[in-house]
Design a protein around this ligand. Structure first.
Ligand code: ZN
Length: 178
């Protein structure tokens, strides 16, 4: 399991950004995009393997998120959160900064946080930001204490069961039997 840890200032920013944007435990991603003035589009990509993209309009310094229309909702949600992760990483001049400054876009093929070992720091950071936004550590720990099942937690956060499983493993560092 990855030992990648989010920087404290980014963690604090995520909390500030997302507070009041949950309905029960479901993060309202449209509100986050609105707050950040990021446009959101669903589209058909020529390459169906693309999950999503973050594109910077170099003239206006404005960002747009493009997500594969054909993917299931839980996957779209993770993709949006992941692209927001790249944006936040850029904003904090962290791992996504150089790529977005040079190319003005990030294209994501089949986002998965299963193979973190071979992924770049920018991808790991975007995934960690996405996970923290969609499944905040404190709430996950509370639910785990209440002995909710993975399926119940995934439903509450509106994420896939595989995303939920990996989140639990990363929070409890493999101590938990899943
Ligand atoms: Zn990415």
């Amino acid at each position: 399991m990855s030992t990648f840890k989010l920087k404290d200032d980014i963690k604090a920013y995520i909390q500030e950004l997302t507070c009041n944007s949950y309905v029960n435990d479901e993060l309202q991603l449209d509100r986050i995009c609105e707050k950040l003035k990021i446009d959101y589009f669903e589209c058909d990509f020529d390459d169906s393997k693309i999950s999503g993209m973050l594109i910077k309009d170099k003239n206006f310094d404005k960002f747009g998120i493009y997500v594969n229309r054909k993917h299931p909702n839980v996957r779209k949600r993770f993709t949006i959160a992941h692209e927001l992760g790249h944006y936040i990483s850029y904003k904090y001049e962290s791992h996504s900064y150089s790529q977005l400054s040079q190319n003005n876009e990030i294209e994501d093929y089949a986002i998965s946080f299963r193979h973190e070992g071979i992924r770049s720091q920018a991808e790991k950071e975007a995934n960690q930001i996405a996970a923290e936004m969609l499944m905040p550590e404190l709430r996950v720990k509370e639910m785990a204490e209440r002995k909710l099942t993975i399926e119940e937690m995934a439903d509450l956060f509106f994420v896939s069961e595989s995303a939920m499983t990996i989140r639990l493993q990363s929070i409890f560092q493999g101590l938990m039997v899943v």
